[in-house]
Ligand binder design. Structure first.
Ligand SMILES: C[S@@+](CC[C@H](N)C(=O)[O-])C[C@H]1O[C@@H](n2cnc3c(N)ncnc32)[C@H](O)[C@@H]1O
Length: 718
């Protein structure tokens, strides 16, 4: 017998996910089996639409060994194991390796039991299956319907008179837009008896990110009572059949979230609530359809040499936003940390050759054929969406998170956009939204997932309620704005400001009396103590990469700089460390780390050519390149070379496997002298690879503490 545990160990997660193979824990299976068999004895006709390894058949068999089961599973692999599990001499079970939805609709059953696959609309053939189910049942399910609801409605259709059905499914449909039609169909069927919500904090299915509900139905005349219960522990399942809230079918409105029927409302204690749409419109952030292709870090921009006006400043990951307020300085910060905060706008600069190259790359990699890009014209056009003054995070363990976007940057779908419709000042609106009053009231309109995750689609927020901010007096608005000024202060002060606002809105909108003077006093005490926020430590300004392509466009193989004339001032023959040698202190020197396989030629001073790596800092003044000092790992610097010529070339010039597009900066160099008696460690200041300085600067730094007679002797050239 192949158990679910062994199956999970043997079959890769990708396969299990493709067929939505999450298995029902035995206590839930036993409970559902008891409901569907309803004490019936003998040859009960049972349907298992999503058989898996047959946990339900095992549970039912323990209760009634004579059951006759018809099972379906569309996956060949699990089907083969399931067939082996149920030996025909002991079990009356027939399993078909077929799609349940396209299999017979005419057969009826006394008991139907199922944990159907959970597949979102894009993961199954919704274009065929949804219209097919609508055609059979005269429903109006929309294309976004999850496959589990199709299973449910088909099964209800196949239920015999006096038959019973038990389904364990995600409770999402009870509170989601696509669930409205499902709930309508369920109510119309007249078979619904119990909805048992398995508590959100404990996932019934360990590895599925959903919260479950068990639907118990019975086809024995239209129901006049539908019972809702919540259980916090699987072992308490049986109490759900005795301890519940009851509604008549006409009391249940399919168009509203059904959590109102089984959860205590969080907002009932507040007065003067209005829809959030009175003040704002929430829409989702920009969906690119191919984030890897469209989003850039600053270093990726450098790499492709695409001009900056082809990019929009854009937050791609909520984690890059840390504070309540996101400012230009915060944006600078994340750029310097080389975070992905740019969005490629292929239409902004279409004639630029680097943009064209990148677009070609997109076509080569298939970025143009993704679900969203394929339907756009041109495929690289971005959605036309303005930066919003407020963002709200989509998926959060700690409830809603609002951010004031003072930097005016765009955002991907990691945040929803909150646009002010003009009824109230944006800062007043924001000051309210960050309070727990706002969060509590919004929670009534959320969807919840397993393990306490809360999700809000834009419409959940648009339809959610807020306190009527128009009822604030002039003085109260001034107060709220004064408190919101504190949002730019350190997090501790900021938290205190939010809690003052929280207290204020809670009192005001639960009918309490507002003593504004005492609130101002609390605020003043806070401002005195506060200190202006120190943004995340701003790192040294990011040094960009030089674009070798642009350089090649400009110079081809011609020298960028040539320094032959200096031969006259340097005694090239004298390689010894001696006081009479002269070097030009005012000239630039570039210290560069040399690759380990080239070290020999620098130790014996025979090196004639130096190739940079693929990256070279754009800050080095190329026309002033003059001296070169090799930095040898674990040793440091010692010798100085003249850069006779700097030009663009390739790493493997003249060799057979030379890639003509692998551009590098090439220095033709010549040993000048030994500048230090021994190798000297020094700091490589750019990317731990280069230091760009003058000879005077280098000596000033390295001579500190070096006795005069030991210093190299240099003379300034005129
Ligand atoms: C959530 S699992 C439940 C398995 C088992 N009944 C249990 O409760 O442990 C759903 C099962 O349905 C199967 N399945 C997925 N799509 C199907 C389809 N269209 N028709 C029939 N079975 C399907 C999967 O292979 C998987 O075994």
């Amino acid at each position: 017998m192949m158990t679910e545990r062994e199956y999970i160990q043997r079959i890769p997660i990708e396969h299990r996910k493709k067929y939505a193979q999450f298995f029902t824990p035995e206590p839930i299976s036993d409970f559902m089996a008891t409901w569907v068999l309803d004490g019936k004895e003998g040859k009960v006709n049972v349907l298992e639409p999503a058989f898996g390894l047959g946990v339900f058949s095992r549970s039912m068999h323990k209760i009634n060994p004579e059951i006759r089961v018809m099972g379906y599973d569309s996956d060949k692999i699990i089907y083969a194991y399931a067939n082996d599990n149920f030996d025909s001499s002991r079990y009356d079970i027939r399993i078909c390796n077929e799609n349940y939805l396209t299999a017979s609709w005419t057969e009826k059953f006394d008991s139907i039991i199922c944990n159907p696959p959970y597949l979102k609309f894009h993961d199954y053939d919704n274009a065929t299956l949804v219209p097919m189910v609508n055609g059979k049942l005269h429903t109006h399910l929309n294309g976004f319907t999850n496959i589990y609801t199709l299973f449910l409605l088909k099964s209800i259709f196949q239920l015999n008179n006096n038959g019973r059905l038990a389904y364990v499914i995600p409770s999402e449909f009870l509170n989601a837009d696509y669930g409205v039609e499902v709930k309508r169909a369920l109510l119309q069927s007249g078979v619904l008896r119990h909805i048992i919500i398995v508590d959100f904090t404990q996932c019934a299915f360990d590895d599925a990110l959903t919260t479950a509900c068990i639907l118990l139905c019975e086809n024995n005349g239209d129901s006049d009572a539908i019972h809702f219960s919540n259980i916090t522990d699987v072992s308490k399942l049986n109490t759900s059949l005795t301890d519940y809230k009851t509604f008549t079918p006409d009391q249940l409105d399919p168009a509203v979230k059904w959590k109102h029927y089984y959860e205590t409302s969080k907002s009932s204690s507040f007065t003067h609530l209005v829809p959030f749409s009175t003040f704002a419109k929430v829409s989702r952030g920009i969906a690119t359809g191919a984030n890897d292709y469209f989003t850039f870090k600053a270093s990726k921009i450098d790499k492709y040499g695409i001009p900056e006006n082809s990019f929009r400043r854009c937050i791609c990951h909520a984690a890059d936003v840390r504070n309540l307020v996101f400012t230009d300085a915060d944006f600078e910060n994340v750029v310097n940390l080389d975070k992905t905060v740019f969005l490629f706008d292929g239409c902004a600069n279409e004639d630029n050759p680097h943009v064209q190259n990148y677009l070609k790359l997109g076509e080569k990699s298939g970025a143009d054929k993704k679900y969203l890009t394929a339907s756009r014209n041109p495929w690289y056009a971005l959605e036309n969406r303005h930066p919003s003054p407020i963002w709200v995070s989509v998926f959060n363990r700690n409830g809603l998170r609002f951010v004031r976007n003072q930097a005016g940057v765009y955002n991907l779908t990691t945040f929803h956009c909150v646009y002010n419709v003009g009824e109230i000042d944006t800062d007043i609106l924001f000051a309210y939204l960050v309070t727990s009053v706002a969060k509590e009231i919004f929670l009534d309109n959320s969807r919840q997932y397993g393990n306490g995750l809360v999700k809000f689609e834009p419409n959940d927020l648009n339809k959610g309620n807020v306190v009527d901010l128009r009822l604030l007096s002039e003085e109260e608005r001034t107060f709220v704005l004064r408190v919101s000024d504190i949002f730019q202060y350190g997090s501790e002060t900021c938290n205190q400001a939010v809690s003052i606002l929280d207290d204020f809105f809670r009192t005001k909108f639960t009918g309490g009396a507002i003593d504004l003077l005492s609130y101002f006093k609390r605020l003043n005490r806070l401002s005195v103590k506060g200190s202006k926020v120190q943004n995340v430590k701003v790192k040294a300004k990011r040094i960009k990469q030089l674009s070798f392509y642009e350089l090649y466009d400009q110079y081809a193989e011609n020298p960028i700089t040539e320094n032959y004339m200096v031969h006259e001032t340097v005694n090239w023959e004298d390689n010894s460390f001696s006081d009479h040698m002269q070097v030009d202190l005012s000239k630039n020197v570039l210290i560069s780390l040399v690759k380990p396989d080239n070290v020999e030629q620098y130790l014996d001073r025979s090196a004639k050519i130096y190739y940079t790596g693929k990256r070279f800092p754009s800050t080095v003044a190329l026309n002033e390149l003059y001296y070169f000092m090799p930095y040898i790992k674990r040793k440091g610097i010692r010798d100085i070379y003249l850069i006779k010529v700097a030009r663009v070339g390739t790493r493997k010039e003249g060799q057979q496997d030379n890639d003509p597009n692998d551009f590098r900066l090439v220095f033709e160099i010549e040993f000048v002298k030994q500048l230090f008696k021994d190798f000297k460690p020094t700091e490589l200041k750019i990317w731990r690879t280069f230091t760009d300085t003058t000879l005077r600067g280098l000596l000033a730094e390295s001579d500190c503490g070096t006795p005069l007679h030991k210093r190299p002797v240099c003379a300034e050239s005129k």
